[in-house]
Each structure stands twice: as structure tokens, then as C-alpha cells.
Design a protein. Sequence first.
Length: 111
Amino acid sequence: MSNLKNSILTKKRELLTQKESALLEEIENKTSELNSLLNKTLKTSLYIGGGLMAGYAVYKFLSNDKIESEKTKSEVKENTSTRRIFRPILSIIAEKGLSFLVDSLKNKIGK
């Protein structure tokens, strides 16, 4: 009787171990797919952002509008709070984007 229970429990343990292995493999595959999609999206975002920044720089360089307006205190406060909000976001984007850019350049140089 005891041997029968042990064999049933052993079979269940093996079955659960196989399921665990299959699920871990599926998680690993989905994670790698997500990582590759994230890298593609980040790369596209960097190209678009760089293009927009280059276009804006060219526009500013070519435009002859040199209108200087004085800011009121409320405009300065709004600008400061906006900076506080976007500074961490921009630093994260710059950090991830630069690391991705360096990796892609290393891959292209290596090929």
C-alpha cells in the first residue's frame, strides 16, 4: 500500500516537474521575444527622435525669427515643474537609448 502511494506520488512529481520545465521554457521564449520587440521599438523610436531633433535643429538654424519674449513668473514656474517631471524620463530614455545605440554600433562594426 505504501509502495503504491509512493509510486503515485513519484509519477505526479515527475509530471509536475515536466510541466514546470515546459512553462519555464515558454516563459524564457516569451521573454526573449518581448526583449527583441522592445529593442526594435526602441531602435525605431531613436531613429524617429533623432530625425525629429535634426529637423528641428535645421529649422531653427534656417529660421530668422529672433523674437525674444520676456517670461512672467507663472511661465517660469510652469517651465520648472515641467522640467522636474520630464528630467527623469528623459534621462532613462537617454541611458537606454545610448546603450542600445552603442550595442548596435558594436554589432555593425563587428560584422
